[in-house]
Design a protein around this ligand. Structure first.
Ligand SMILES: [Zn+2]
Ligand SMILES: [Zn+2]
Ligand SMILES: [Zn+2]
Length: 88
């Protein structure tokens, strides 16, 4: 069992609402995705790690926003890229 915790979530005051219902970067590229994640820092929607382009991970690497939430129906978990940790 991991004992890691995520300090990023504690320092997040308000979670940003998803700014889209598609991965805009994939749409621009004419590509498809598997699942969508929304950045809790700014609301940018990107595709998951199972998707070819991994835009949610790319967003973290480029903009330093580590926290994402799933916007798939029925899913409510959050994930921190920096800590590689699921946070509920
Ligand atoms: Zn974290
Ligand atoms: Zn994408
Ligand atoms: Zn962001």
């Amino acid at each position: 069992m991991s004992t890691k915790t995520c300090d990023h979530l504690d320092s997040l005051t308000t979670a940003a609402e998803p700014g889209s219902t598609v991965c805009e970067q994939c749409v621009t590229m004419g590509d498809t995705w598997v699942h969508l994640r929304s950045c809790l820092g700014c609301g940018m929607v990107g595709c998951c790690d199972n998707s070819k382009n991994q835009h949610a991970r790319g967003h973290w690497e480029q903009h330093g926003h580590p926290l994402v939430t799933s916007i798939e129906p029925g899913e409510s978990w959050r994930y921190c890229f920096a800590d590689d940790l699921l946070v509920m």
